[in-house]
Ligand binder design. Structure first.
Ligand SMILES: CCCCCCCCCCCC(=O)SCCNC(=O)CCNC(=O)[C@H](O)C(C)(C)COP(=O)(O)OP(=O)(O)OC[C@H]1O[C@@H](n2cnc3c(N)ncnc32)[C@H](O)[C@@H]1OP(=O)(O)O
Length: 150
């Protein structure tokens, strides 16, 4: 696989707007590794000129899951842990390096590291498990919701 652009999530595709988390510049480097260049939009400021921790977690969830779909594995997040090591500045060039660390049956273990572009200091590190979907995943969800009358 050569370096190629990873598609936006369903929400960004449907709304036809740029990535809501700012993760448009997202390229696969190999079948197991990718790189994202992004900035935290000011709208996600949590402290003074500092990103809300929810933005950081959401971005990791977004890009790690999207990369797995890009490799042909339709999956959902089962676990996601984020170590917040240093404040993440808003509106500054950032970079995420991510990789598929291991595959065990339907379980896919992914990791991601967030840094300022050009820096080797980790700001946040994510680890998670994505479970490959069984056929009919969303149909079963809809049926459960119908049973609840929603
Ligand atoms: C355009 C195309 C779009 C393609 C579709 C793309 C969709 C993108 C969605 C966007 C991403 C999201 O936001 S996802 C949204 C947030 N996440 C969710 O909604 C997931 C909600 N949870 C679930 O639906 C379920 O719990 C699943 C799917 C994760 C697992 O249910 P299941 O399918 O019945 O599978 P199950 O037999 O329980 O587990 C299968 C294997 O995974 C392991 N496993 C299950 N849960 C966990 C867990 N929390 N931590 C560790 N391991 C786990 C089990 O031990 C088992 O291992 P073994 O015995 O096999 O070894």
């Amino acid at each position: 696989m050569t370096a190629d652009l990873v598609s936006p999530c369903r929400g960004c595709q449907m709304s036809r707007t740029p990535c809501r988390f700012g993760a448009d510049d997202f390229v696969a480097l190999s079948e197991t590794a990718a790189r994202v260049r992004l900035a935290c939009p000011a709208a996600f400021e949590g402290g003074p000129r500092v990103a809300h921790g929810g933005w950081t977690a959401a971005v990791f969830d977004d890009v790690l899951g999207r990369f797995l779909v890009h490799t042909g594995v339709k999956s959902v997040t089962a676990t996601l842990t984020v170590d917040y090591l240093l404040p993440v500045p808003v509106e500054q060039p950032l970079e995420i390096h991510l990789e598929i660390a291991a595959r065990e049956g339907r379980r896919n273990h992914l990791t991601g590291v967030l840094r300022l572009q050009g820096s080797d200091r980790d700001l946040a590190v994510a680890r998670g498990v994505w479970v490959e979907l069984r056929p009919g995943h969303f149909e079963r969800h809809q049926a459960r919701m119908a049973e609840l009358g929603t």
